[in-house]
Design a binder for this molecule. Structure first.
Ligand code: NAD
Ligand code: 89V
Length: 338
């Protein structure tokens, strides 16, 4: 299977390493407007460099394209890929607005191709162990969940745009945590959010606390912070507390999964540190390879990815609702037409 990558920045390096570990896939070409980035990435991974995505797609005719640019370029690049008739993976946040996101999904649908959003947190192996336990009935019928990400880690040195974009934690990180809540408890009926900016050196919000009522009857609290200085520093772990009618599940700091339902089961679900990975990012880095393998598996089987474009519209709608709720101090009915 021939792939091509667009955007050779900070996170794309993980994607290239991930692809190198997937049998039968070859990333034949990479593209970036920045000559140093495209040439370095091409040389490191043995691909052909291009300055322009349209030129690359025309010259290489790949089976799929992996879009690893920041959000402002996602719509034109997804539409370009759809017009070229290739399957698409697009990084999160998928789009800047819901109309953009719907147009992107429609474009790939019209081309008859597969679209997956690189929404990888639900694919982290520790989070996945918890999702599978809950879906398998380990705690019975869940009625409460807390999905929590609190850290003081400096994300701005690797991703400087996070300090200057008007939106920060919900759009960048909360999007993953809301998606994990959906993976655990299903779609959302209502959402209420409050946000704060604690770090005066950044533009957007760095704390968000959200209350969700799910269609399944679960109430969940999704809380995110990049202003939390505590030990142990848990970046980039998502911590979980779930109550069900038959027991409880916790994913504690240090990748410790605790299930109490009758007896107590404690599992070490720490992710491996892949040969190219480094702590503390190894958790996210492993999930990149897992979501890529899922995409390839879906193409081979002709099935839809779990985090398809259609699915991601529902996660993106929660992000939009959270900003609206925080601004207006209202609770948003997710089932009401916009
Ligand atoms: P970055 O700014 O380091 O890299 C983006 C690159 O894309 C730049 O080199 C830029 O020149 C290039 N680019 C932009 N538009 C282009 C175009 N039209 N054609 C060719 N090249 C173009 O950004 P990053 O930190 O690597 O983030 C990229 C995306 O990955 C973001 O959407 C971010 O939210 C996401 N991300 C996801 C995860 C995750 O775990 N899923 C983690 C980090 C970042
Ligand atoms: O996963 C991400 O999207 C990253 C980070 C973990 C820093 O929030 O941007």
């Amino acid at each position: 299977m021939k792939g091509a990558l667009i955007g050779c920045g900070f996170f794309a390096q993980n994607q290239m390493h991930g692809w190198a570990g997937i049998p039968g896939v070859d990333i034949v070409a990479v593209c970036d407007r920045d000559p140093t980035r495209r040439n370095d990435t091409a040389a490191r991974f043995g691909a052909r460099p291009y300055a322009d995505a349209a030129d690359m797609l025309a010259a290489e005719s790949p089976d799929f394209v992996d879009i690893a640019t920041t959000v402002a370029s996602h719509r034109p690049l997804v539409e370009l890929a759809a017009a070229a008739g290739v399957h698409v993976i697009c990084q999160k946040p998928f789009a800047e607005t819901m109309p953009d996101a719907r147009a992107m999904v429609a474009a790939v649908d019209a081309a008859g191709r597969t679209l997956m959003v690189h929404e990888n947190f639900r694919w982290q192996s520790a989070v996945r162990a918890a999702i599978e336990a809950v879906r398998g009935g380990a705690v019975g019928r869940p009625f409460f969940g807390r999905v929590s990400f609190r850290s003081g880690y400096d994300v701005f040195s690797g991703q400087p745009y996070l300090a200057t974009d008007p939106r920060f934690i919900i759009q960048d990180l909360g999007i993953h945590i809301l998606d994990v809540a959906r993976a655990l408890f299903g779609d959302v009926a209502t959402l209420a959010a409050s946000t704060r900016r604690i770090n005066p050196a950044i533009r957007g919000e760095d704390v968000a606390t959200m209350l969700l009522e799910h269609d399944s009857g679960v109430t969940s609290v999704v809380d995110c912070s990049y202003a939390t200085r505590r030990l142990p520093e848990t970046f980039p772990e998502t911590l979980l507390e779930i109550d069900g009618d038959k027991g409880t599940l916790r994913l504690d700091a240090g990748y410790r999964l605790v299930i109490q339902a009758g007896g107590e089961q404690i599992r070490d679900v720490a992710p491996p540190v892949l040969p190219w990975a480094e702590r503390p990012w190894h958790n996210i880095q492993e999930s990149v390879r897992i979501i890529q393998a899922h995409f390839v598996d879906c193409l081979r089987r002709g099935t839809q990815p779990e985090t398809s474009g259609h699915d991601n519209l529902r996660t993106l709608a929660l992000v939009e609702a959270a900003y609206r709720s925080a601004a207006d101090r209202t609770r948003i009915d997710m089932r009401a037409p916009e």
